[in-house]
Design a protein around this ligand. Structure first.
Ligand SMILES: [Zn+2]
Length: 163
């Protein structure tokens, strides 16, 4: 368990919050108690704990320092994380410092964006896109995730007793 923290400024009241990079639940502002945008960096060794074990859905931004489209998409993703505060965690991965993740997710181009929930990749997209496209992409992935979980639940009911 890492005890690393990051400072997140509350978009509602401006209060600076020290927030753990991985924790149960979803962070709220210590001052006004609104949900905070949760934006965290992860690398090979911390990805499982920060992204795969996260409670809210995760947008993974696989980016590189030398990539101009990454610099364009980064504020767009931060805007989304702010709009959907409490419902998403944004995890940024510098691919040059995370060779195992790059190979595991077969990242051929940057930025590569993924929606993950409870360790499962629900949707991925390569390349930058405007906020309205990425907002719809994320919301579509969430709708698909809800359908998949409903299907998994009914499947579990049928299989009850076999475990
Ligand atoms: Zn606040």
């Amino acid at each position: 368990m890492t005890t690393a923290t990051t400072i997140i400024r509350c978009p509602n009241c401006g209060h600076k919050n020290r927030v753990p990079v991985s924790a149960r639940g979803r962070p709220r502002c210590g001052n006004c108690h609104k949900a905070l945008p949760w934006i965290v960096n992860a690398l090979d060794d911390s990805f499982a704990e920060i992204a795969e074990n996260a409670d809210p859905p995760v947008i993974v931004d696989m980016w590189a320092t030398w990539c101009a489209p990454c610099r364009m998409v980064s504020p767009v993703l931060e805007q989304l994380a702010t709009e959907r505060a409490g419902d998403v965690k944004l995890v940024k991965v510098d691919v040059d410092r995370a060779p195992r993740l790059s190979s595991r997710f077969s990242v051929q181009a940057v930025p590569t964006l993924m929606v993950m929930h409870h360790g499962k990749v629900i949707s991925r997209q390569a390349g930058a896109a405007p906020v309205e496209v990425l907002r719809r992409w994320f919301d579509d992935a969430m709708a698909k995730d809800a359908r998949d979980e409903a299907t998994a639940d009914s499947g579990a009911d049928k299989g009850r007793g076999s475990a």
